[in-house]
Design a protein around this ligand. Sequence first.
Ligand code: AMP
Ligand code: ZN
Length: 502
Amino acid sequence: MDIRFYNTLTHQVETFKPIEPDTVYMYNCGPTVYDYAHIGNFRSFIFADVLRRFLELSGYTVKQVMNITDVGHMTDDQLADGGGEDKMAAAATRLKASKKDGKALVDNPDDPYAVAEYFTNAFIDDAKKLNLRIADEYPGQMPRATDHVAPSMIPMIQSLIEKDHAYVAGDGAVYFSVQSFPEYGRLSGNSLDNLRGGAGGRVQDSHTSQKRHPADFLLWKPDATHLMKWDSPWGAGYPGWHIECSAMAKAVLGRDTIDIHTGGEDNIFPHHECEIAQTCGATGNDRFANYWLHSRFLMVEGEKMSKSKGNFYTVRDVLEGKVTGRPVDPAVLRFELLKGHYRSQINFTAKGLADSGSAVQKLRNAAAKWTAFLSGADHIGKKYSVIDDFKSALADDLNISAALSVLFTWLKHDPDDPSEAVPILMLSNQVLQFLDMGMTTSVVGGESGTSEGGVTLLCQDLDAARDDKDFGKADAIRQQIIDAGYDVKTTKDGTVASKRLA
Ligand code: AMP
Ligand code: ZN
């Protein structure tokens, strides 16, 4: 089966051919840990996770790296050479003011490493809840930029200077020379002319007197007073944001050219354009990544969800019920963030989340019917046409809507043969992850209680149906819970289900 992806670099859908036949090397731009990642950020991370899991379902081994940006990301980084305030410094100011349960979030908010550590851990917690497969495979899978300044970034900057792709400007800073790299602009469709200072406002004017070309971007900023600083041949200072991903991809994946590089659409320019110039400049190779995949934004009422606009929800906000007024199962949020095609912007709404809740519930109900069969199912080497169709849809530039439609059409026909249905659910779950979270213990054969997961959701739905006086629906849901192996009781706190013994 051919896999095809839309490659931002070539502006066309291409057949995917990894450099090695069985292994895919992939780099994903990760979070800047100066705050909690919001669910828009998580859309791009879940997209990378779905991509990885689909490639694995297709038989590849995937070497995946997602970095942690804990230095060098400035508040004006939509500009090619960055500027404004260091995001970590801004975080310290904010953190001093924020408290949870009367306690400061971070013991020492003036220590940028403590701020980074706090939000890195928060990110990993959220990522685990949403079943992102990171940080579990091999050392360094989530490299921190601060660990790579001396061993990887400084040597790469040196090599760029030696090859005349970079220079030390009058202000002492090291810049990449965009004129030394004729391909600059290919990814984003920019030309050097339209990137001149002022044109399009995408290049910062304040540095231009020091630079050979206004679009030249910062590799190293000497600043002995900066919050986080390292010794370098150009004085104590800190690296530009873009160099970190070029350096870490090479250091951690161990390759000059990788197969896939992903990020959100706002990473195309300047970040990824600059990454290509740096890596290809330093290695002399034509390509940094052969396939560049970019997910579009998660929107709120027609606007990009973003920290600066304040129109965002964090993962914990959603799971704790800030959107819906009641707790949300992580699988439902994951489903909501993956169900739209990655190249379409999607609007985040409470209604969408509720629809995702119903979809996840349908899949779980199906799984619940076959609880007894789930753990022993053997699908190795067998073929299922539903899974073939599911995979073919995903092979078409990750057409998730088509893949989901295959699955739900199959479910609608009420499959009744567990020897086929169980593997289909398990294989599709490898990508979607609707079972592996709260529901794992309560419906998929574990012994734990009924307080989490799908049965709890069903109980809530039953209560909601009763409140709406839709007694037919309430009865049907009650029956579903009973069929899943639970006794149902109505209490003053609502419906409670407990697992039937033997
Ligand atoms: P940051 O933490 O700002 O470095 O962003 C991490 C990732 O989230 C980047 O790949 C961004 O492109 C992506 N991103 C930021 N905002 C959104 C959004 N509203 N929807 C989808 N992806 C986003
Ligand atoms: Zn990056």
